[in-house]
Design a protein around this ligand. Structure first.
Ligand code: FRU
Length: 484
């Protein structure tokens, strides 16, 4: 490591030291979601299981709760449940990454873990340059930067970033999120035999493709993988207009599925589908683990969407990642399920059964604020809702066949909502942390991921039917699983 990198890491560690007590005194501190030890976290990076150990890196700004010259923070786990914070993996201390070690991925090669990331550089005039860079580790804890492996090809603006690398047969492939010279979103494919020399193959697909139409001015954080017989391109496009209940967030995340022709580099695909219906979900990344599962973890945030108003900023930290999920591809759709290991977090089981007819039921037994709640619902007439700490609620309207997540706005406490159409609801599985709710509907057919910031003293949980609903609910407490 050069002395500038060492100096930056030392300053970041000092920041953790200084702010530690203020961060830890926050009532909204998560118990089982990855968070920054101080400062701002955004995208998950370099998600990999390497020699049995899961690694999740994250975009990290240690010095303020705003975006800037990012580090790569680092957590490890042997079970996807208990996580330990490690020393920062990358610091923005070289000419090719001086304004940020931006997002990227990890692969295993020749007994080493190899990282690919984007070096973000800005000159005095604020003009951007971007370099795709490599770093290596033999122990999974300390990383040696190997410098630039790929420069900006012709035909694209410097919004060219977030390399995701994978192996297919005997070759390596890389997708990059890009904007072309016409200011349209693109995902660009490269191939390599040795991970250091990369050959340009072209755009995997493009906005104005017949299945997409006009589709935004920049596509971030692409990921391309094979799952259950289909190729899936996951990415986060920017510049998509809201349309009915779709595309309600400032920026979106979704996927195209079809077949990638590895010779031509073109993905023959279907229409775009949003992956999550909630308020905060962006830039997810997947990996295939040693059990052969396709796992996904996302950022529980959206760039420029209410970031400045999140109350945790008072405690010198901002944003978390989602829980790890397992993906399957079924009936033309990605299905997301919390990884099975999360069942090990369950403590103090409480069960409740009730038929609610135009009535309210408060959950009184052992009220807590951090838990898993599994609700089986039958015979819903009219609508049915569950309200969390008077701050967020899920509502199923069986007449409109509409599922809605409502919450209080961070800015002024007024109500806002996100919805999706759904034929029927039979199961709702909630992962509720002190400042977030993730809801998996009908075994992961739809998911709503959102932050919420209820009053500390309010631990209420209320079920209500306007009509009739037959419910069977199980609740398990969850204790702390993150070592910062
Ligand atoms: C997505 C993103 C990436 C970039 C990173 C910088 O949230 O904008 O495109 O690499 O964040 O932190």
């Amino acid at each position: 490591m050069t002395s500038r990198n060492e100096e930056l890491v030392a300053l970041a560690m000092e920041e953790i030291e200084k702010a530690g007590a203020v961060v830890k005194s926050d009532p909204h501190l998560p118990s089982f979601h990855l968070m920054p030890p101080v400062g701002l976290l955004n995208d998950p990076n370099g998600f990999i299981q390497w020699n049995g150990v899961y690694h999740v890196f994250f975009q990290w700004m240690p010095f303020k709760t705003e975006h800037g010259a990012k580090f790569w923070g680092h957590y490890t786990s042997t079970d996807l449940v208990n996580w330990t914070l490690r020393s920062p993996a990358l610091a923005p201390g070289d000419w090719f990454d001086k304004n940020g070690c931006y997002s990227g991925s990890a692969v295993a090669h020749d007994d080493k873990m190899v990282l690919f990331y984007t070096g973000n550089v800005k000159d005095e005039g604020g003009n951007r340059e971007s370099y795709q860079c490599m770093a290596e580790s033999s122990d999974g804890i300390t990383f040696d930067k190997k410098g630039v492996v790929l420069e900006l090809p012709e035909g694209y603006t410097p919004h060219f970033r977030d390399p995701k690398v994978w192996k297919h047969e005997d070759k390596w492939f890389m997708v990059i999120g890009a904007q072309n010279s016409e200011e349209e979103g693109r995902v660009v494919l490269f191939e390599s035999l040795d991970l250091t020399r990369w050959e340009y193959k072209g755009d995997v697909t493009a906005s104005r493709h017949q299945k997409l139409g006009e589709f935004g001015y920049m596509w971030e954080c692409p990921d391309l993988f094979e799952l259950d017989g289909s190729d899936v391109l996951l990415f986060s496009p920017q510049g998509i207009e809201a349309e009915g209940y779709s595309y309600q967030n400032v920026y979106q995340t979704g996927y195209l599925s079809g077949e990638l022709d590895y010779e031509t580099g073109i993905l023959n695909h279907d229409t775009f589908r949003e992956l999550d219906r909630g308020f905060e979900f962006y830039a997810p990344q997947t990996t295939e683990d040693e059990k052969g599962r396709r796992l996904l973890i996302g950022w529980m945030g959206v760039p420029e969407q209410g970031e400045a108003h999140q109350p945790t900023r008072k405690h010198h930290w901002l944003h978390t990642l989602t829980i790890p999920r397992e993906l399957r591809y079924r009936g033309g759709k990605l299905i997301q399920k919390p990884v099975a290991e999360l069942d090990d977090m369950r403590q103090n089981e409480v069960v409740k059964k009730a038929t609610l007819s135009n009535e309210k039921m408060e959950w009184k037994e052992g009220n807590t604020t951090v838990y898993e709640l599994l609700v089986k619902v039958k015979d819903v007439e009219g609508s049915f809702s569950i309200t969390f700490r008077n701050n967020a609620a899920i509502v199923f309207d069986s007449v409109e066949k509409l599922l809605t997540l409502k919450r209080r706005r961070f800015v002024d406490g007024s109500e806002e909502s996100r919805s999706c159409h759904i034929e029927s609801v039979s199961e709702l599985r909630f992962y509720v942390d002190s400042s977030s709710i993730e809801v998996f509907i009908n075994g992961g057919e739809e998911v709503f991921t959102s932050r919420y910031f209820p009053a500390e003293e309010d631990d209420s949980l209320v079920f209500k039917s306007n009509g009739k609903a037959d419910i069977e609910a199980v609740k398990w407490d969850i204790s702390n699983h993150i070592k910062v």
